[in-house]
Design a protein around this ligand. Structure first.
Ligand SMILES: Nc1nc2c(ncn2[C@@H]2O[C@H](COP(=O)(O)OP(=O)(O)O)[C@@H](O)[C@H]2O)c(=O)[nH]1
Ligand SMILES: [Mg+2]
Length: 366
Protein backbone atom coordinates (compact mmCIF):
# COMPACT_ATOMS: atom_id res chain seq x y z
CA UNK A 1 0.00 0.00 0.00
CA UNK A 2 1.22 3.46 -0.89
CA UNK A 3 2.00 5.89 1.93
CA UNK A 4 0.07 8.79 0.44
CA UNK A 5 -3.66 8.78 1.07
CA UNK A 6 -5.98 10.12 -1.62
CA UNK A 7 -9.23 11.63 -0.38
CA UNK A 8 -11.69 12.41 -3.17
CA UNK A 9 -14.38 14.93 -2.24
CA UNK A 10 -17.09 15.05 -4.90
CA UNK A 11 -20.54 16.57 -5.08
CA UNK A 12 -22.59 18.91 -7.22
CA UNK A 13 -21.47 22.41 -8.21
CA UNK A 14 -21.68 24.81 -5.29
CA UNK A 15 -22.14 22.08 -2.65
CA UNK A 16 -19.06 23.32 -0.80
CA UNK A 17 -16.33 20.93 -1.99
CA UNK A 18 -13.60 23.58 -2.13
CA UNK A 19 -14.61 25.07 1.22
CA UNK A 20 -14.69 21.56 2.71
CA UNK A 21 -11.27 20.77 1.27
CA UNK A 22 -9.87 23.94 2.81
CA UNK A 23 -11.45 23.13 6.15
CA UNK A 24 -10.30 19.48 6.03
CA UNK A 25 -6.77 20.54 4.98
CA UNK A 26 -6.54 23.01 7.87
CA UNK A 27 -7.68 20.33 10.30
CA UNK A 28 -5.23 17.72 8.98
CA UNK A 29 -2.37 20.24 9.01
CA UNK A 30 -3.20 21.11 12.60
CA UNK A 31 -2.88 17.38 13.32
CA UNK A 32 0.65 17.57 11.90
CA UNK A 33 -0.07 16.10 8.47
CA UNK A 34 1.41 17.36 5.21
CA UNK A 35 -1.43 18.03 2.78
CA UNK A 36 -1.59 18.60 -0.99
CA UNK A 37 -4.62 19.49 -3.08
CA UNK A 38 -5.60 18.81 -6.69
CA UNK A 39 -8.39 20.85 -8.29
CA UNK A 40 -10.09 20.10 -11.58
CA UNK A 41 -12.11 21.79 -14.30
CA UNK A 42 -13.06 21.53 -17.96
CA UNK A 43 -11.51 24.95 -18.60
CA UNK A 44 -8.48 26.83 -17.28
CA UNK A 45 -8.42 29.84 -14.93
CA UNK A 46 -9.98 28.34 -11.85
CA UNK A 47 -11.25 30.53 -9.04
CA UNK A 48 -10.94 27.50 -6.71
CA UNK A 49 -7.21 27.10 -7.36
CA UNK A 50 -6.47 30.79 -6.74
CA UNK A 51 -8.69 30.80 -3.67
CA UNK A 52 -6.95 27.76 -2.14
CA UNK A 53 -3.48 29.08 -3.00
CA UNK A 54 -4.30 32.49 -1.53
CA UNK A 55 -5.45 30.64 1.58
CA UNK A 56 -1.94 29.19 1.92
CA UNK A 57 -2.48 25.72 0.46
CA UNK A 58 -0.26 23.68 -1.83
CA UNK A 59 -2.40 23.19 -4.94
CA UNK A 60 -2.03 21.69 -8.40
CA UNK A 61 -4.79 21.61 -10.99
CA UNK A 62 -5.97 19.44 -13.85
CA UNK A 63 -7.65 21.71 -16.39
CA UNK A 64 -9.12 21.12 -19.82
CA UNK A 65 -11.10 18.03 -18.77
CA UNK A 66 -12.32 16.11 -15.75
CA UNK A 67 -10.26 13.58 -13.74
CA UNK A 68 -12.34 10.70 -15.14
CA UNK A 69 -11.51 11.58 -18.75
CA UNK A 70 -7.92 12.64 -17.98
CA UNK A 71 -6.84 10.14 -15.38
CA UNK A 72 -3.23 10.19 -16.62
CA UNK A 73 -3.04 13.93 -16.03
CA UNK A 74 -4.58 13.46 -12.60
CA UNK A 75 -1.94 10.83 -11.78
CA UNK A 76 0.83 13.10 -13.11
CA UNK A 77 -0.26 15.80 -10.67
CA UNK A 78 -0.39 13.26 -7.85
CA UNK A 79 3.14 12.16 -8.82
CA UNK A 80 4.32 15.76 -8.88
CA UNK A 81 2.94 16.35 -5.41
CA UNK A 82 4.31 13.10 -3.97
CA UNK A 83 7.77 13.82 -5.46
CA UNK A 84 8.01 17.45 -4.40
CA UNK A 85 5.84 18.24 -1.40
CA UNK A 86 5.60 14.61 -0.23
CA UNK A 87 2.14 15.04 1.30
CA UNK A 88 0.74 12.32 3.52
CA UNK A 89 -2.74 13.22 2.33
CA UNK A 90 -3.91 14.49 -1.05
CA UNK A 91 -7.37 16.05 -1.22
CA UNK A 92 -8.87 16.02 -4.72
CA UNK A 93 -11.91 17.90 -6.00
CA UNK A 94 -13.47 16.45 -9.15
CA UNK A 95 -15.64 18.61 -11.45
CA UNK A 96 -19.05 19.19 -9.84
CA UNK A 97 -20.94 17.80 -12.83
CA UNK A 98 -19.10 14.45 -12.79
CA UNK A 99 -20.35 11.13 -11.53
CA UNK A 100 -19.40 7.44 -11.94
CA UNK A 101 -16.19 8.21 -10.06
CA UNK A 102 -15.85 4.69 -8.61
CA UNK A 103 -15.77 3.06 -12.05
CA UNK A 104 -13.67 5.75 -13.73
CA UNK A 105 -11.23 6.82 -11.00
CA UNK A 106 -11.32 4.52 -7.97
CA UNK A 107 -11.21 1.13 -9.70
CA UNK A 108 -8.66 2.15 -12.34
CA UNK A 109 -6.35 3.57 -9.66
CA UNK A 110 -6.77 0.47 -7.51
CA UNK A 111 -6.15 -1.83 -10.44
CA UNK A 112 -3.32 -0.05 -12.24
CA UNK A 113 -1.81 2.56 -9.96
CA UNK A 114 -2.13 1.15 -6.47
CA UNK A 115 1.52 1.78 -5.67
CA UNK A 116 1.10 5.56 -5.98
CA UNK A 117 -1.75 6.34 -3.59
CA UNK A 118 -4.10 4.58 -1.21
CA UNK A 119 -7.68 5.62 -1.80
CA UNK A 120 -9.89 6.60 1.10
CA UNK A 121 -13.70 6.28 0.94
CA UNK A 122 -15.53 8.60 -1.48
CA UNK A 123 -17.18 11.61 0.18
CA UNK A 124 -19.96 13.40 -1.67
CA UNK A 125 -20.83 16.85 -0.34
CA UNK A 126 -24.40 18.06 -0.65
CA UNK A 127 -26.05 21.45 -0.20
CA UNK A 128 -29.22 21.28 1.96
CA UNK A 129 -31.09 23.73 -0.25
CA UNK A 130 -30.34 21.62 -3.31
CA UNK A 131 -31.35 18.27 -1.80
CA UNK A 132 -34.53 19.84 -0.46
CA UNK A 133 -35.50 21.24 -3.84
CA UNK A 134 -34.32 18.46 -6.10
CA UNK A 135 -35.26 15.41 -4.04
CA UNK A 136 -37.48 16.25 -1.06
CA UNK A 137 -39.81 18.91 -2.49
CA UNK A 138 -39.22 18.00 -6.13
CA UNK A 139 -39.45 21.60 -7.36
CA UNK A 140 -36.07 21.87 -9.05
CA UNK A 141 -35.51 24.74 -11.44
CA UNK A 142 -32.88 22.68 -13.29
CA UNK A 143 -33.58 20.47 -16.28
CA UNK A 144 -34.44 16.89 -15.24
CA UNK A 145 -31.14 15.47 -16.53
CA UNK A 146 -29.31 17.60 -13.98
CA UNK A 147 -31.52 16.19 -11.21
CA UNK A 148 -30.56 12.71 -12.46
CA UNK A 149 -26.87 13.54 -12.26
CA UNK A 150 -27.30 14.97 -8.76
CA UNK A 151 -28.95 11.73 -7.56
CA UNK A 152 -26.28 9.54 -9.19
CA UNK A 153 -23.54 11.47 -7.41
CA UNK A 154 -25.15 10.68 -4.06
CA UNK A 155 -25.83 7.03 -4.93
CA UNK A 156 -22.16 6.13 -5.27
CA UNK A 157 -20.98 7.92 -2.11
CA UNK A 158 -19.40 6.05 0.77
CA UNK A 159 -20.09 9.09 2.94
CA UNK A 160 -22.74 11.72 2.19
CA UNK A 161 -21.68 14.99 3.75
CA UNK A 162 -24.62 17.32 4.37
CA UNK A 163 -22.81 20.66 4.35
CA UNK A 164 -23.92 24.18 5.38
CA UNK A 165 -25.73 22.99 8.52
CA UNK A 166 -24.97 26.47 9.92
CA UNK A 167 -27.88 27.60 7.71
CA UNK A 168 -30.29 25.07 9.24
CA UNK A 169 -32.06 24.58 12.56
CA UNK A 170 -31.19 21.31 14.29
CA UNK A 171 -34.68 19.97 13.42
CA UNK A 172 -34.09 20.76 9.75
CA UNK A 173 -30.69 19.08 9.87
CA UNK A 174 -32.22 15.99 11.50
CA UNK A 175 -35.02 15.77 8.96
CA UNK A 176 -32.67 16.06 5.95
CA UNK A 177 -30.29 13.48 7.45
CA UNK A 178 -33.26 11.16 8.03
CA UNK A 179 -34.35 11.65 4.41
CA UNK A 180 -30.84 10.81 3.17
CA UNK A 181 -30.62 7.78 5.46
CA UNK A 182 -33.95 6.45 4.16
CA UNK A 183 -33.14 7.15 0.53
CA UNK A 184 -29.52 5.94 0.48
CA UNK A 185 -29.66 3.02 2.87
CA UNK A 186 -26.34 1.81 4.22
CA UNK A 187 -24.49 5.04 3.32
CA UNK A 188 -22.82 6.90 6.16
CA UNK A 189 -24.24 10.43 6.55
CA UNK A 190 -22.72 13.33 8.45
CA UNK A 191 -23.82 16.94 8.86
CA UNK A 192 -21.02 19.53 8.72
CA UNK A 193 -20.39 23.21 8.31
CA UNK A 194 -17.29 23.69 6.20
CA UNK A 195 -17.19 27.46 6.79
CA UNK A 196 -17.42 27.06 10.57
CA UNK A 197 -15.26 23.92 10.68
CA UNK A 198 -18.07 22.07 12.47
CA UNK A 199 -17.81 18.26 12.50
CA UNK A 200 -14.78 18.28 10.21
CA UNK A 201 -12.84 16.22 12.75
CA UNK A 202 -15.65 13.64 12.84
CA UNK A 203 -15.70 13.51 9.06
CA UNK A 204 -11.91 13.11 8.93
CA UNK A 205 -12.16 10.22 11.38
CA UNK A 206 -14.81 8.53 9.23
CA UNK A 207 -12.67 8.58 6.10
CA UNK A 208 -9.28 8.03 7.75
CA UNK A 209 -8.09 4.84 9.38
CA UNK A 210 -8.63 1.39 7.92
CA UNK A 211 -11.90 2.03 6.15
CA UNK A 212 -11.96 1.48 2.44
CA UNK A 213 -14.44 2.43 -0.24
CA UNK A 214 -17.33 -0.01 -0.72
CA UNK A 215 -16.87 0.72 -4.44
CA UNK A 216 -20.57 0.61 -5.12
CA UNK A 217 -21.75 -0.38 -8.57
CA UNK A 218 -23.44 2.63 -10.16
CA UNK A 219 -25.87 2.07 -12.99
CA UNK A 220 -25.40 5.25 -15.04
CA UNK A 221 -27.13 6.04 -18.28
CA UNK A 222 -24.37 7.92 -20.12
CA UNK A 223 -26.87 9.50 -22.53
CA UNK A 224 -28.70 11.22 -19.67
CA UNK A 225 -25.40 11.98 -17.95
CA UNK A 226 -24.09 13.57 -21.16
CA UNK A 227 -27.31 15.58 -21.52
CA UNK A 228 -26.92 16.84 -17.95
CA UNK A 229 -23.35 17.93 -18.64
CA UNK A 230 -24.35 19.67 -21.84
CA UNK A 231 -27.28 21.48 -20.21
CA UNK A 232 -24.84 23.50 -18.14
CA UNK A 233 -23.26 26.42 -19.92
CA UNK A 234 -19.65 26.87 -18.80
CA UNK A 235 -17.87 30.20 -18.83
CA UNK A 236 -14.45 31.20 -17.53
CA UNK A 237 -13.39 34.82 -17.88
CA UNK A 238 -10.16 36.54 -16.98
CA UNK A 239 -8.77 40.03 -17.46
CA UNK A 240 -7.40 43.10 -15.75
CA UNK A 241 -9.81 45.66 -14.37
CA UNK A 242 -8.41 49.17 -14.86
CA UNK A 243 -10.09 52.18 -13.30
CA UNK A 244 -9.17 55.87 -13.51
CA UNK A 245 -9.36 56.16 -9.75
CA UNK A 246 -9.12 53.87 -6.71
CA UNK A 247 -11.91 51.35 -6.93
CA UNK A 248 -14.05 49.80 -4.20
CA UNK A 249 -13.50 46.34 -5.65
CA UNK A 250 -15.82 44.57 -3.21
CA UNK A 251 -18.76 46.75 -4.30
CA UNK A 252 -17.89 46.32 -7.95
CA UNK A 253 -17.81 42.51 -7.65
CA UNK A 254 -21.04 42.52 -5.68
CA UNK A 255 -22.82 44.79 -8.18
CA UNK A 256 -21.60 42.86 -11.20
CA UNK A 257 -22.53 39.45 -9.77
CA UNK A 258 -25.91 40.72 -8.63
CA UNK A 259 -26.65 42.19 -12.06
CA UNK A 260 -25.72 38.86 -13.69
CA UNK A 261 -27.80 36.93 -11.16
CA UNK A 262 -30.83 39.19 -11.86
CA UNK A 263 -30.50 38.58 -15.58
CA UNK A 264 -30.43 34.81 -15.09
CA UNK A 265 -33.34 34.94 -12.66
CA UNK A 266 -35.48 37.17 -14.89
CA UNK A 267 -34.99 34.79 -17.80
CA UNK A 268 -35.65 31.64 -15.76
CA UNK A 269 -32.14 30.21 -15.77
CA UNK A 270 -30.90 28.56 -12.57
CA UNK A 271 -27.31 29.18 -11.47
CA UNK A 272 -25.26 26.15 -10.39
CA UNK A 273 -22.28 28.29 -9.46
CA UNK A 274 -21.11 31.83 -10.17
CA UNK A 275 -17.88 32.89 -8.53
CA UNK A 276 -15.34 35.66 -8.87
CA UNK A 277 -11.80 36.12 -7.59
CA UNK A 278 -9.91 39.43 -7.78
CA UNK A 279 -6.33 40.09 -6.82
CA UNK A 280 -3.73 42.87 -6.94
CA UNK A 281 -0.27 43.14 -5.41
CA UNK A 282 -1.75 44.05 -2.03
CA UNK A 283 -4.88 41.98 -1.48
CA UNK A 284 -7.53 39.63 -2.85
CA UNK A 285 -11.26 38.92 -2.60
CA UNK A 286 -13.53 36.04 -3.52
CA UNK A 287 -17.31 35.96 -3.81
CA UNK A 288 -19.74 33.27 -4.84
CA UNK A 289 -23.41 32.45 -5.36
CA UNK A 290 -24.99 29.04 -5.99
CA UNK A 291 -28.61 29.81 -6.86
CA UNK A 292 -30.62 32.71 -8.30
CA UNK A 293 -32.50 33.17 -5.04
CA UNK A 294 -29.39 33.32 -2.85
CA UNK A 295 -27.39 36.36 -1.80
CA UNK A 296 -23.84 36.93 -3.06
CA UNK A 297 -21.49 35.61 -0.37
CA UNK A 298 -17.94 36.88 0.18
CA UNK A 299 -15.46 34.24 1.36
CA UNK A 300 -13.09 37.14 1.73
CA UNK A 301 -13.34 40.86 1.03
CA UNK A 302 -10.37 42.94 -0.05
CA UNK A 303 -9.24 45.51 2.52
CA UNK A 304 -6.81 47.32 0.24
CA UNK A 305 -7.74 49.76 -2.53
CA UNK A 306 -6.28 49.83 -6.00
CA UNK A 307 -6.99 51.00 -9.54
CA UNK A 308 -5.88 47.72 -11.18
CA UNK A 309 -7.18 44.26 -10.29
CA UNK A 310 -6.85 40.91 -12.02
CA UNK A 311 -10.23 39.25 -12.19
CA UNK A 312 -11.31 35.67 -12.80
CA UNK A 313 -14.96 34.66 -13.14
CA UNK A 314 -16.24 31.08 -13.36
CA UNK A 315 -19.92 30.56 -14.19
CA UNK A 316 -21.95 27.36 -14.53
CA UNK A 317 -25.58 28.05 -15.40
CA UNK A 318 -28.43 25.94 -16.79
CA UNK A 319 -28.40 27.91 -20.04
CA UNK A 320 -26.92 27.72 -23.55
CA UNK A 321 -23.32 28.99 -23.46
CA UNK A 322 -23.97 31.78 -26.02
CA UNK A 323 -26.71 33.19 -23.79
CA UNK A 324 -24.56 32.78 -20.72
CA UNK A 325 -21.85 34.84 -22.35
CA UNK A 326 -24.32 37.52 -23.51
CA UNK A 327 -25.91 37.97 -20.09
CA UNK A 328 -22.61 37.95 -18.24
CA UNK A 329 -20.95 40.43 -20.59
CA UNK A 330 -23.99 42.72 -20.42
CA UNK A 331 -23.86 42.68 -16.62
CA UNK A 332 -20.14 43.39 -16.69
CA UNK A 333 -20.41 46.19 -19.26
CA UNK A 334 -23.25 47.89 -17.36
CA UNK A 335 -21.25 47.99 -14.13
CA UNK A 336 -18.03 48.96 -15.91
CA UNK A 337 -19.61 51.92 -17.65
CA UNK A 338 -21.20 53.06 -14.34
CA UNK A 339 -17.70 53.34 -12.85
CA UNK A 340 -15.66 54.16 -15.99
CA UNK A 341 -13.75 50.89 -15.86
CA UNK A 342 -11.94 49.10 -18.68
CA UNK A 343 -10.99 45.46 -18.82
CA UNK A 344 -7.64 44.78 -20.48
CA UNK A 345 -6.43 41.38 -21.73
CA UNK A 346 -9.99 40.10 -21.58
CA UNK A 347 -10.18 36.39 -22.28
CA UNK A 348 -13.38 34.35 -22.26
CA UNK A 349 -13.75 30.59 -22.62
CA UNK A 350 -17.39 29.67 -23.03
CA UNK A 351 -18.66 26.24 -24.01
CA UNK A 352 -21.01 23.36 -23.48
CA UNK A 353 -19.17 20.38 -21.99
CA UNK A 354 -18.96 17.41 -24.34
CA UNK A 355 -20.03 13.85 -23.67
CA UNK A 356 -18.02 12.28 -20.83
CA UNK A 357 -15.61 9.75 -22.32
CA UNK A 358 -13.68 8.18 -19.44
CA UNK A 359 -10.39 6.55 -20.31
CA UNK A 360 -11.24 3.62 -18.03
CA UNK A 361 -14.63 2.43 -16.88
CA UNK A 362 -14.34 -0.63 -14.71
CA UNK A 363 -17.50 -2.14 -13.36
CA UNK A 364 -16.27 -5.44 -11.97
CA UNK A 365 -13.99 -6.13 -9.06
CA UNK A 366 -10.97 -7.33 -11.02
N1 LIG B 1 -23.31 28.85 4.90
C1 LIG B 1 -22.36 28.07 4.38
N2 LIG B 1 -21.90 28.30 3.14
C2 LIG B 1 -20.96 27.47 2.65
C3 LIG B 1 -20.44 26.38 3.40
N3 LIG B 1 -19.53 25.75 2.62
C4 LIG B 1 -19.48 26.42 1.44
N4 LIG B 1 -20.35 27.46 1.47
C5 LIG B 1 -20.57 28.44 0.41
O1 LIG B 1 -21.11 27.77 -0.73
C6 LIG B 1 -20.59 28.34 -1.93
C7 LIG B 1 -19.94 27.27 -2.77
O2 LIG B 1 -18.82 26.75 -2.07
P1 LIG B 1 -17.62 26.02 -2.82
O3 LIG B 1 -16.75 25.45 -1.76
O4 LIG B 1 -17.01 26.92 -3.81
O5 LIG B 1 -18.42 24.86 -3.57
P2 LIG B 1 -17.94 23.81 -4.68
O6 LIG B 1 -18.43 24.33 -5.99
O7 LIG B 1 -18.63 22.53 -4.33
O8 LIG B 1 -16.46 23.70 -4.59
C8 LIG B 1 -19.60 29.43 -1.48
O9 LIG B 1 -20.28 30.66 -1.48
C9 LIG B 1 -19.26 29.02 -0.09
O10 LIG B 1 -18.87 30.09 0.74
C10 LIG B 1 -20.92 26.19 4.73
O11 LIG B 1 -20.53 25.31 5.48
N5 LIG B 1 -21.90 27.06 5.16
MG1 LIG C 1 -15.03 24.02 -6.05
Amino acid sequence: MADTQLIVIGGFLGAGKTTSILSMAKYLMKEGKRVGIVTNDQASGLVDTYFLKSSGMSVLEVTGGCFCCNIERFLEKIHELTNEEKPEVILAEPVGSCTDLIATIFKPIKKNFNSIVTLRPLSVVVDPKRIKRLMMEKNSSFHSEINYLFTKQLEEADVIVLNKIDTLSSDETDSIIKFINDKFKGTEVIGVSAVEGKNIERWANIIAGDRISAEKFLDVNYDIYADAESRLGWLNLSGMICCEKELDINSFIYEFMNAAKDKFENNGYEIAHLKAYVVNEKDWAKASVTSVDEEIYFNKRADADGDKWNIIVNARVDIAPENLQTHLKEALNEKMSDLKINIEQLSIQCFRPGRPTPKYRIHDNM
